[in-house]
Design a protein around this ligand. Structure first.
Ligand SMILES: C[S@@+](CC[C@H](N)C(=O)[O-])C[C@H]1O[C@@H](n2cnc3c(N)ncnc32)[C@H](O)[C@@H]1O
Length: 282
C-alpha cells in the first residue's frame, strides 16, 4: 500500500505526463538506452528475444516494444502511468503480429499483470519515476519466470547533483541526500525520488535480483564535440561524469526448497532445519 504522499505524487505526475507526453514520443527508445549510453546493438544485453514474452515498465509511446517486435518477441506487454502514452502506444503497435497487452497504471501496483510469466521485464528511462522503489521492484520480480532478466536504464544519480558553470562543473547538491524532488527540466509538477546508485543496487538485491552488469560508460559520436553545453545532457558534462546508467539483473533460479521464514520457522529452528534439508548432521 502506498502512502498518501506517494499517491499524491502519482496523481500530479500522471497529469503532467498526460499533458507533456507528445514531446517525448519515441525520444528514448530501444536500441537506444539513454543519452550517451552504448546502444543495445553494442551491448546485446537482451540476447536473442525470438518467441520471448516481454514486459516494458513505463512503456511510453511503445517505440521500444515496437523494436522488441522487430527482433521477434512473441508477446508485447507494457504498463505506463499516462493515458496519452498508452493511447499512442496502442496506435503504434496496432499493426504488430502476436499478443499486445497494454495497461494504464502505476508501476508501484499490479493492474492485472500475470506473475512468473515473463522472460524479460525491462524499462528504458522510466524507473527513476517510481515513487516507491522497493514495492516496484517486488512487483517486477514477481512477474518474471525464475531465471528471467530485468534490464533498466535511467539517469545517473550524479547527473542532477552536478551542474555546469561555464567550463567547470560544480557540486550543486549533496550526493548523500535522497528523497522526492521536483524534476528540474520540467516546468509542470514532476516529482521524482532522487536516489543514490547504491540505493538502486541494494534495492535490486533486496528484491531478490542477481545483478549481472552495471554500465556507466559514455560514448560519443564524432560530431558531438561541437554541441552546446546548454542542454540538460551535454557532451562537455558527459565527458566528465556519466549522464546515465544501465543495470542488467536476473531473477534467481527456483531452488525447490521451501522458504523457511514463510513456513513460520524461527531462527534457531531454521538452522536445524536447513541442516536436515541439506542432509548434514544436526
Ligand atoms: C522518459 S518516458 C519513457 C519513454 C519510453 N522508453 C518510450 O520509448 O516512449 C518515462 C515514462 O514513464 C512513465 N511513468 C512515470 N511515472 C510512472 C509510474 N509511476 N508508473 C508507470 N509509468 C510511469 C511516463 O508516463 C513516461 O511515459
Amino acid at each position: 500500500m502506498l502512502g498518501a504522499a506517494e499517491e499524491a505524487y502519482l496523481a500530479s505526475n500522471k497529469k503532467s505526463w498526460d499533458e507533456e507526453a507528445p514531446r517525448f514520443f519515441g525520444r528514448t527508445a530501444l536500441p537506444v538506452y539513454g543519452p550517451f549510453l552504448p546502444t543495445e546493438s553494442d551491448l546485446r544485453l537482451f540476447g536473442d528475444v525470438t518467441n520471448l514474452k516481454v514486459l516494458e515498465v513505463g512503456c511510453g509511446s511503445g517505440h521500444s516494444l515496437q523494436y522488441m517486435a522487430s527482433q521477434g518477441a512473441a508477446e508485447l506487454w507494457g504498463i505506463d502511468l499516462s493515458d496519452t502514452q498508452i493511447v499512442a502506444a496502442r496506435g503504434l503497435l496496432s499493426e504488430c503480429k502476436g499478443i499486445v497487452n497494454l495497461f494504464q497504471g502505476a508501476m508501484e501496483k499490479n493492474p492485472g499483470i500475470p506473475t512468473e510469466y515473463f522472460d524479460i521485464v525491462y524499462s528504458i528511462y522510466a524507473m527513476g519515476w517510481t515513487v516507491d522503489l522497493p514495492s516496484t521492484l517486488n512487483h517486477l520480480h514477481s512477474y518474471l519466470k525464475p531465471g528471467g532478466k530485468f534490464i533498466f536504464s535511467w539517469e545517473h544519480p550524479l547527473h542532477s547533483r552536478i551542474e555546469q558553470s561555464g567550463d567547470r562543473l560544480i557540486v550543486a547538491k549533496s550526493y548523500h541526500e535522497e528523497g522526492p524532488q521536483q524534476c528540474e527540466p520540467w516546468d509542470s509538477p514532476a516529482i521524482m525520488n532522487q536516489l543514490k546508485l547504491g540505493t538502486y543496487i541494494n534495492a535490486l538485491i533486496e528484491a531478490g535480483f542477481q545483478i549481472e552488469k552495471v554500465v556507466e560508460d559514455a560514448v560519443f559520436e564524432e560530431d558531438v564535440q561541437s554541441s552546446t553545453p546548454a542542454s540538460w545532457y551535454s557532451y562537455q558534462k558527459a565527458s566528465l561524469i556519466p549522464p546515465a546508467f544501465i543495470s542488467s539483473a536476473r531473477k534467481g533460479e527456483a531452488t525447490g526448497f521451501p522458504t523457511l521464514t514463510k513456513l513460520g520457522v524461527d531462527c534457531d529452528d531454521q538452522r536445524l532445519w536447513r541442516r536436515v534439508l541439506e542432509n548434514q548432521p544436526a
